[in-house]
Design a protein around this ligand. Structure first.
Ligand SMILES: Cc1cc2nc3c(=O)[nH]c(=O)nc-3n(C[C@H](O)[C@H](O)[C@H](O)COP(=O)(O)OP(=O)(O)OC[C@H]3O[C@@H](n4cnc5c(N)ncnc54)[C@H](O)[C@@H]3O)c2cc1C
Length: 492
């Protein structure tokens, strides 16, 4: 019998994970990617001897990557070398107010004691609970397809759910444990990855503190692009046909089925279609209007995770006094958050983050030089003209140079900026979003856009706008979950 044909649209981690898993199960899989490079938001930019990871730079939850490769009898170390960062990262609260976060828990506890006597004990209890949430989350929740609320109808799961603090906010959970403002900011920081504020994020996500402080911050030598290379190599090994420069323009439907996928160059018959590009774009822009399942109003009412302004900077001199990852929390967190969510506007005093992987990895910059990436979170849907980017660059640089104590603007050899219109052009990102949909309570689990299309029996979605959510590990899992759904509905 001929194999069932599956077309996967998009080569981010979700698309690569789904395609590889499906090929491994015996389907004939073709993956179509609009860009020349695979990897989606995790693409790499090379410029004058500097290499920049364009998107993700924090390698968290190493267990998820290991579990991914283990499905195929492989290990992470078969593909790339992981290095645990120590210190994990640095937080600048002011020029002479810098917190360096060690890699190991005993040193982290000492650091907490230094900031707030008695807090090490509280941290231990916080982390025990966070660890339990992480275990329950990974075992019972993130791999659920969320077809129906009945998936949660088991007594032991419901009992465990009570431990998960779904109805308390992350802010009140953190504030109940710690008084010192800097420790509070440190403990609230990981939820920024989820694209929402600590006030709107359920305390369930303190599991992210476990990922941060206990599981640690890692770095794949060569850069995050090495993970993409590994995923592509494995996909090819499993027989996936990967086609770059192949933008899907439309999906043809007959009755309740998607039948063909069209690019400008070629059309592809499909028994099953997996949409791994931005959900909103495929659903509202690629499907025929008759087969859309959500209205424009539905999308307008979603809380999107922020967009970002990024600067990829090649410096012609070394940059002392900075670690691989640095967070600049010297301005009011809530003020910037308000300018992202409540009153979308360009921030006047933005928080920002810098990545300097050349501190760990000599291959990403020429000798004696550094590759600096600056990330400023911004509201989605803002106009991003050159003047606004430039103004923000100097706002950030003024503070950066002051706090680090080194002038660098005159040492900039390479500079590229990247914001909303680039996200739209490159990924068809809704509102120019960087990280998909915010993980608020109203957008968690069954409340996310559905993985299975409600009108077309053989169309599925995967990636950061559906379950389990944004981030590299969740999108890898998303590709695994959609595979389970397809195997169940469309057995080989
Ligand atoms: C700046 C930035 C920093 C981040 N930092 C981190 C971090 O440090 N750690 C972390 O874990 N996560 C981080 N993330 C989040 C993480 O990168 C994403 O959640 C994840 O990579 C998204 O994967 P995806 O497969 O869902 O989507 P994408 O990576 O966007 O992949 C979708 C793909 O579909 C393609 N596509 C879209 N439309 C079409 C079409 N019509 N035809 C063909 N192809 C199409 C796109 O070109 C793209 O390649 C960051 C993201 C950004 C942007």
């Amino acid at each position: 019998m001929p194999k069932k044909k599956i077309v996967v649209i998009g080569s981010g981690f979700a698309g690569l994970s789904a395609a590889t898993n499906l090929a491994h199960k015996g389907y004939q899989v073709t993956l179509l990617e609009k860009n020349a490079q695979f990897g989606g938001r995790a693409r790499v930019m090379e410029s004058q001897g500097f290499r920049f990871d364009m998107g993700p730079s924090w390698y968290w939850m190493p267990d998820v990557f290991e579990a991914y490769f283990a499905q195929f009898g492989k290990k992470v170390s078969d593909y790339y070398h992981l290095h645990r960062l120590d210190p994990g990262y640095t937080v600048f609260f002011g020029k002479d107010d810098v917190m360096t976060v060690p890699a190991q828990m005993p040193e982290i506890e000492q650091m907490f004691e230094h900031y707030e006597p008695g807090s090490a004990k509280k941290l231990r209890s916080f982390m025990t609970q966070a660890g339990e949430k992480y275990q329950i989350g990974m075992r019972d929740l993130v791999y659920k397809p969320n077809r129906s609320v009945l998936e949660y109808a088991s007594v032991s799961l419901l009992r465990n759910m009570l431990k998960m603090d779904v109805f308390q906010s992350m802010r009140s959970h953190v504030y109940a444990h710690f008084k010192e403002p800097r420790l509070r900011k440190l403990m609230e920081f990981p939820v920024l990855f989820l694209g929402a504020t600590p006030q709107n994020t359920p305390a369930l996500y303190s599991l992210m503190n476990y990922a941060d402080l206990s599981l640690g911050t890692w770095y794949p030598m060569g850069g995050m692009g090495e993970i993409v290379k590994a995923f592509v190599a494995l996909a090819e090994e499993k027989g996936v046909e990967l086609i770059p420069n192949a933008e899907v323009q439309s999906i043809e439907c007959a009755g309740a089925h998607a039948t063909r996928v069209h690019t400008a160059q070629k059309s592809y018959d499909a028994d099953v279609v997996v949409a791994a590009g931005d959900y909103h774009h495929i659903e509202q822009g690629v499907l025929p209007a008759t087969h859309r399942q959500y209205s424009p109003a539905y999308w307008k009412n979603r809380t999107m995770a922020p967009s970002s302004l990024l600067f990829y900077i090649g410096l012609k001199k070394p940059l002392p006094g900075l670690t691989h990852h640095s967070l600049f929390f010297d301005e009011e967190f809530d003020r910037h958050a308000e300018q992202i969510y409540a009153r979308p506007s360009w921030p006047d005093r933005p928080l920002f983050y810098t990545s300097l992987s050349s501190k760990t990895d000599p291959t990403v910059a020429p000798d004696g030089k550094e590759n600096l990436v600056i990330l400023v979170p911004l509201a989605v849907d803002l106009p991003d003209p050159e003047e606004a980017r430039e103004r923000c660059y100097h706002q950030v640089m003024d503070r950066f140079e002051h706090m680090v104590g080194v002038g660098i603007r005159d040492a900039v050899e390479v500079r590229h900026s990247y914001a909303h219109s680039d996200f739209r052009r490159d990924y068809h990102a809704f509102g120019g979003n960087a990280y998909g949909l915010a993980n608020t309570l109203a957008q968690t689990a069954i409340f996310k856009p559905s993985m299975r299309h409600k009108k077309l029996a053989n169309l599925y979605f995967t990636g950061q706008l559906t379950i389990p959510g944004p981030g590299v590990p969740p999108t890898i899992i998303s590709g695994q979950v959609v595979t389970g759904e397809i195997v169940r509905d469309w057995p080989i």
